[in-house]
Design a protein around this ligand. Structure first.
Ligand code: ASP
Ligand code: MG
Length: 436
């Protein structure tokens, strides 16, 4: 028989975001939390973000000296923010009587491709971390960075510390990857817009992917993808209060524990812009050309609508959305195409936003779109573009209308604290099963 002492210790990866390590007091608080986990007997790896607005300040610093900072040097610069947090936390932990060691992404064995400022993790060679854990040390890893196959320092894109944490959790077969932030978990809507938004007990990887892609800021999109692909259990929780936050886990695990509500959350993003190309020639290959020049310019196209020309061979119109910050590069990339293809007009609108309903429950229920669009209609919100997936409905609306749209939908689908949720979009109510 195996005795309890012989059981392998739990391994936890704890990630602390920028606000959770913003000043000396908060670093000490995070360090105490890390030490508590160690004292409970876990093997502990902590991934830290840069403190407060450090990454923004470093970026601004670069632009003070150079109009187009070299991406390799940008990564040398940006990666320092996370190193500062880790070194400071290690000092605190050592003072608390535990052994801690801080590591850069490179020292931690995080190997990436060579695309500076948005590198992808290719491999995690965690032997050094494993060795330190075996010696009983607490390991602090600088988030958001790695070393490229060309042996240069790279960073993983904004919010990348989440991905560092998930990748380490996967490599170490950790029991859980805990994401500590300044909010208590994942909410049914942004609590700044909807005061009675509810903290979700759990969401599925698929829902979290849709939510991250449609504006929820709790987790970096790539981190969710990585967690899903490697089956990493993620727990998003507050660094300022105890108690459980939100678990992100597989659809199967969730199905076993609760009945699915129709809609899980309403998300939104404000930073959208719309581009419309009129009188596009109606022939094969045109849409491909348009999207290729945008992809080559690094522009991320989101929603695309192309209408059917009135008669075959007549001209078509195409509209799509891009992040607002990509609007200028998008227009610059499209301008030369106007003559090449004989496009009519290139019109833009920078004041767009997007509201989305996400929920695995809608996969098996018709009528969610009908209800959502009616609710927006009654609120006088004009829907400009629509896109759907099996578990998401997104509408592009004017930016000044997005808050109202979020609130109306959140109320109509009864997602708030204390609300009951409809079994079926057309009626019959039952109480929420998942309330804590
Ligand atoms: N410090 C980086 C950022 O602000 C990475 C992170 O915090 O996840 O985006
Ligand atoms: Mg973050």
């Amino acid at each position: 028989m195996v005795s309890a002492e012989a059981l392998p210790a739990r391994t936890v990866v704890m990630k602390f975001g920028g606000t959770s390590v913003a000043d000396a007091e908060r670093i000490k608080r995070a360090a105490r939390r890390i030490v508590e986990a160690r004292e409970e007997g876990s093997r502990v790896v902590a991934v830290l973000s840069a403190r407060g607005k450090t990454t923004d300040e470093l970026t601004a610093m670069a632009h003070e000296v150079s109009p187009r900072p070299d991406p390799r040097e940008m990564d040398m610069l940006l990666s320092t923010g996370e190193r500062i947090s880790c070194a400071l936390a290690a000092m605190v932990i050592n003072d608390l009587g535990h052994e801690a060691i801080s590591l850069t992404g490179s020292q931690a064995g995080i190997v990436t491709d060579t695309s500076h400022t948005r590198a992808r993790i290719l491999d995690v060679r965690a032997t050094r971390i494993e060795a330190a854990l075996d010696e009983g040390q607490i390991v602090l890893v600088a988030g958001f960075q790695g070393v490229s196959t060309a042996r240069d320092v790279t960073t993983l894109g904004r919010g990348g510390s989440d991905t560092t944490a998930v990748a380490l959790a996967a490599a170490l077969s950790a029991d859980v990857c805990e994401i500590y932030t300044d909010v208590a978990g994942v909410f049914s809507a942004d609590p700044r817009v909807v005061p009675n938004a509810r903290k979700l007990v759990q969401v599925s990887f698929e829902e979290m992917l849709e939510m991250a892609a449609s504006g929820a800021k709790v987790l970096q999109l790539r981190a969710v993808e990585y967690a899903r692909n490697h089956g990493v259990r993620v727990h998003c929780r507050s660094s300022f209060e105890d108690g459980p936050g939100t678990f992100v886990r597989s659809e199967e695990e969730i199905e076993e524990t609760m009945e699915r509500p129709l809609v899980t959350a309403v998300t939104h993003s404000r930073e959208e812009a719309r581009v419309t190309l009129t009188r596009l020639p109606d022939r094969p290959g045109v849409a491909g050309r348009v999207m290729t020049v945008l992809a080559d310019a690094g522009v991320n196209v989101d929603m695309i609508i192309q209408n059917e020309p009135e008669s075959p061979g007549a001209a078509a119109d195409m509209s799509f959305t891009v992040p607002r910050s990509d609007l200028l590069p998008a227009c610059e990339a499209l301008e030369p195409l106007r003559e090449e293809l004989g496009i009519g007009e290139l019109a833009t609108d920078a004041a767009m936003a997007k509201v989305s309903l996400v929920g695995a429950g809608m996969r098996s229920h018709p009528g969610v779109a009908a209800k959502a669009f009616s609710v927006l209609g009654q609120a006088g919100v004009n829907i400009q573009m629509i896109s759907t997936s099996p578990i998401k409905i997104s509408c592009v609306v004017r930016e000044e209308e997005v808050d109202a749209a979020v609130r109306e939908l959140h109320t109509a689908f009864e997602l708030g604290v204390g609300a009951v949720q409809p079994e079926d979009p057309r009626g019959v109510h039952r109480p929420v099963v998942s309330s804590p």
